[in-house]
Design a protein around this ligand. Structure first.
Ligand SMILES: Cc1cc2nc3c(=O)[nH]c(=O)nc-3n(C[C@H](O)[C@H](O)[C@H](O)COP(=O)(O)OP(=O)(O)OC[C@H]3O[C@@H](n4cnc5c(N)ncnc54)[C@H](O)[C@@H]3O)c2cc1C
Ligand code: FES
Length: 385
């Protein structure tokens, strides 16, 4: 490397990371900049971490302050986010949560079940300094079982800022249908808590399915809500006894469903059926969907060695592992959002070789931009990251 290039590389290496929320806390950010000058050669992060593990200039962090059992296989985690987290999220949005397991940061997305803090005029956002997520332990699921049964209060987690388009407008529509099943109730719980707080429960029909009554998350709170608000009508279907909800018979359960704005979240089968029913009624624009999982049905390809060009790392991977997982496993900071093919936050350029879409099996050529969360190597390939 020439002397000039070496100098340039050094400048790039020591560039301070962008701080999430710096624009909202300019005073704090200025203080950090001063601290960065006086703490060189260590980054202020090193000192901040010693003072309080929740303080970081590089990343959002949170501390699990409570783990509360909801049902036999689900739990609510109360998390106190550290500096930089913005509490003005919208009900229905999700966060990324990263947990250090076996020396590796594992990331998943979880809908916020808490209600955003109420704005206090002139002083920014209120003092609700915690958020909650509610996790159902998936049989054979790696992180969810750990979050439900293995996380101790005090654990430090990494966080990705709230995002997502599955949100309620403010003010909310006069008549709403919530269609949920299993853990799909979580984003709707944030909506219900927010509507109750804003006094905007006018006419809500809520159809929820769970295997049995005791599997219904937030059961007592939902019952209390129905008791307190005549405009909220909850109908719980116990699928183990009554079978699954048949959306072609929706007229019977909610006669005016066509006139309502509908938010639906649950297993893929339910959401696929909802899409069909709403679009054949010509009202697809009144249906808002949130999917928790993407079906990766494509037949396996070849796998190969993936090179992450700008990070200078490479890793051998199989045909079923997403490029995002492969990169994170190799220590590359992969951009991400939903981790399931919806938000496009993970898109990078494919420099060389081919990759395969895990959902459809279609192959992408060099020069195209690909979603790393739903693509796998199809032979050796190189990514521009
Ligand atoms: C936007 C968004 C919001 C989410 N919100 C919540 C939430 O509030 N509460 C919650 O419990 N989960 C939520 N999830 C799902 C969550 O991110 C994880 O996918 C889930 O907890 C399983 O993770 P795991 O590590 O245990 O399973 P993994 O080890 O990743 O997967 C194990 C197996 O289960 C399958 N699988 C994974 N997730 C699902 C699923 N949801 N349905 C069916 N099969 C699945 C996988 O394909 C795999 O075969 C959300 C997902 C998204 C994208
Ligand atoms: S992370 Fe959302 S599309 Fe890949």
């Amino acid at each position: 490397m020439s002397k000039k290039n070496a100098l340039t590389a050094k400048v790039v290496d020591t560039k301070r990371p962008t701080v999430v929320g710096a624009d909202k806390h300019p005073g704090w950010h200025a203080l950090r900049k001063v601290a960065a000058r006086i703490t060189t050669p260590l980054l202020p992060d090193d000192y901040l971490h010693l003072a309080n593990p929740l303080w970081s200039a590089r990343e959002l962090r949170g501390r699990v302050v409570e783990v509360r059992r909801e049902t036999e296989d689900s739990a609510t985690l109360v998390i106190k986010p550290g500096w930089g987290f913005s509490f003005d999220y919208q009900p229905g949005q999700y966060i990324g949560i990263g947990l250090l397991v076996d020396g590796r940061w594992r990331w998943r997305s979880y809908s916020l079940t808490s209600s955003p803090a109420a704005p206090i005029s002139g002083s920014g956002w209120g003092r609700a300094r915690t958020v909650t997520i509610t996790v159902k332990a998936m049989p054979e699921g790696f992180l969810s079982t750990h979050l439900v049964a293995g996380v101790e209060p005090g654990t430090i987690v990494r966080l990705a800022a709230p995002q997502g388009n599955f949100v309620l407008p403010d003010p909310a529509p006069q008549s709403i249908l919530f269609l949920t099943a299993g853990s799909g109730i979580t984003p709707v719980m944030s909506m219900l808590r927010t509507l109750a707080r804003r006094n905007q429960i006018h006419d809500i029909a809520h159809l929820h399915s769970a295997p049995t009554e005791s599997d219904v998350m937030f059961r007592a709170e939902l019952a209390a809500l129905a008791e307190d608000h005549p405009g909220y009508r909850l109908s719980v279907r116990q699928t183990r006894v009554e079978g699954r909800l048949d959306l072609s018979r929706l007229d019977w359960a909610v006669p005016d469903w066509c006139e309502r704005q509908t938010w639906a979240c649950g297993p893929e089968g339910l959401l696929n059926q909802a899409e069909k029913v709403w679009s054949s009624a010509g009202i697809g624009d009144r249906l808002h969907l949130e999917r928790f999982a993407v079906s990766k049905a494509a037949p396996a390809g070849a796998g190969g060695t993936v090179t992450f060009v700008r990070s200078g790392k490479s890793v051998a991977t199989d045909a079923a592992t997403s490029l995002m997982d492969a990169g994170e496993g190799a220590g590359v900071q992969m951009p991400f959002g939903c981790r399931m093919g919806i938000c496009q936050s993970c898109v990078v350029s494919l420099v060389e070789g081919h990759v395969r879409d895990l959902r459809t099996g279609s192959e992408h050529d060099p020069g195209t931009r690909i979603q790393t969360c739903v693509s796998a190597a199809s032979g050796d390939c190189a990514l521009d990251i």
